[in-house]
Ligand binder design. Structure first.
Ligand SMILES: NC(=O)c1ccc[n+]([C@@H]2O[C@H](COP(=O)([O-])OP(=O)(O)OC[C@H]3O[C@@H](n4cnc5c(N)ncnc54)[C@H](O)[C@@H]3O)[C@@H](O)[C@H]2O)c1
Length: 272
């Protein structure tokens, strides 16, 4: 699918992988980007992107991706502002709430279980919200096709829309990440189903699984933890640059023959 001239919606766009994806899309000629984040910093990020890429239009929305009204408003306002519906969706906003599934208290001998409210929060942000941001794009594509009198998609039309979910190597399992890993593995099944349904309108959905990437999310970890639990199991012995993930995201958008998941993990092997 051509990136050139399209409208993209990117969540988690104030920071890390989301922001790097916005920059890369712009470098590849995207027409406009709706930059979405709960952090106010997304406004300054959009201004910086505008200065760096004068041929692309950027607009920022501040809000919570789990809020359905906010999501609908972003798509409505972006279509009005940019004059066309979104064809690219990268719902990158994500969180971790890491803790062992069952941990015995040394004094009492009682096991504390992973808090279910944290589990539900991580599911809402990392799994339910990305699926609905993708569906919002596909729903609008379906409506637009109906208005144009178009029926089922035909291959000679070319791919009409692409969603790239940001999975994780943790989808293969990781200590302390039972909630996070569940959501990232869940995105794989969601992407397969969304593609099976979405291709009726020419919309596909794929997953990029980053390994440990140099962003504030990983920056919050102590150095010795990074060395012992990450770099020791990574062939390249370094964190991944956000630009390497963004390049993979754009590759997955541009090359429609690639389906399913792409691992951008610097050769990470999960320890037993
Ligand atoms: N950094 C890594 O090593 C790594 C590895 C694998 C996958 N990922 C995934 O990549 C994605 C981006 O992570 P990152 O490392 O760039 O993190 P980051 O913390 O730099 O950026 C995440 C952004 O998402 C925003 N956000 C979080 N919850 C939100 C919500 N409910 N509504 C709106 N905005 C929200 C935050 O404000 C932040 O700006 C996440 O889905 C993460 O799970 C990261």
């Amino acid at each position: 699918m051509q990136i050139d001239g399209k409208v993209a919606v990117v969540t988690g766009a104030a920071s890390g992988i989301g922001l790097a994806t916005v920059e890369r899309l712009a470098a590849q000629g995207v027409g406009a980007v709706a930059m979405v984040d709960m952090a106010e910093a997304v406004r300054a990020a959009a201004e910086r992107c505008g200065a760096n890429h004068p041929d692309t239009r950027f607009a920022a929305w501040v809000g919570d991706t789990t809020d359905a009204e906010f999501r609908r408003a972003v798509f409505d306002e972006a279509a009005d502002a940019f004059g066309q519906i979104a064809r690219i969706c990268v719902p990158a906003a994500g969180i971790t709430r890491d803790r062992l599934g069952a941990k015995v208290d040394r004094e009492t001998g009682k096991a504390a279980l992973y808090p279910s409210e944290d589990f539900k929060l991580v599911v809402d942000v990392n799994l339910v919200a990305p699926v609905y941001w993708s569906l919002e794009m596909v729903g609008r594509l379906a409506e637009w096709r109906k208005q144009q009198g178009l029926k089922g998609w035909k291959p000679d039309e070319g791919v009409q829309a692409t969603t790239v979910f940001i999975g994780s190597i943790s989808s293969r399992g990781n200590r302390g990440q039972v909630s996070y890993a569940s959501t990232k593995a869940g995105l794989v099944g969601a992407a397969a189903s969304l593609t099976q349904e979405g291709m009726f309108y020419g919309a596909r959905c794929v997953v990029v699984h980053p390994g440990f990437t140099d962003t504030p999310m990983v920056g919050a970890m102590p150095d010795d933890l990074v060395n012992d639990t990450i770099l020791a199991h990574t062939h390249l012995k370094r964190l991944i640059d956000t630009r390497e993930i963004a390049e993979a995201v754009c590759f997955m958008i541009g090359n429609s023959a690639v389906s399913g998941s792409l691992w951008v993990d610097a050769g990470w092997q999960p320890p037993a």
